[in-house]
Write a protein that binds this ligand. Structure first.
Ligand SMILES: [Zn+2]
Length: 150
């Protein structure tokens, strides 16, 4: 689920919306068609959304400059995995451990997971990493860009 911040054209208050919704109704009663609105600060974290709404509202009241969109998502998953595999020194075992960690929450791994794995393993190219994991028999391909742990 993705969320974003819009500013009501009638009352000028910011509010958080799910980006998949077509309309939302503001506190002031105005029905807002989201297709016409520019969604700011798109995030997948409801917590971050609430923060952004509060910041935008504060800045609209003149309390400060408009907050800027976060440049980078926090690497929560990557950091957690890095920590859990920190004791493993063998490169092959590290790769296996990262894949095992990633499949723990889902069956299939996609490109995004390969990016996470590449980050954890300090590799630049997620595609090259996927190719290497395939070669080593750690994962196998179940569809274009879709992998499972072997
Ligand atoms: Zn309003």
């Amino acid at each position: 689920m993705k969320y974003g911040v819009i500013v009501c054209p009638k009352c000028g208050r910011a509010r958080g919306v799910e980006s998949s919704r077509k309309t939302t109704t503001c506190q002031c009663g105005r029905q807002i068609k989201l297709a016409r609105m520019k969604l700011r600060f798109v995030t997948d974290s409801p917590h971050e959304l609430a923060q952004m709404v509060a910041e935008v509202n504060a800045s609209l009241k003149g309390a400060g400059p408009m907050p800027r969109a976060r440049k980078k998502r926090k690497r929560v998953v990557e950091d957690a995995i890095s920590e859990r595999i920190s004791s493993i020194k063998d490169p092959l075992e590290r790769m296996r451990a990262v894949v095992a960690e990633l499949v723990a929450s889902k069956k299939e791994l996609g490109h995004e997971d390969m990016e996470k794995a590449a980050t954890v393993l300090g590799k630049k190219d997620p595609d090259a990493l996927a190719a290497r994991l395939l070669e080593l028999g750690i994962i196998y391909e179940v569809g274009p860009g879709k992998f499972r742990q072997a």
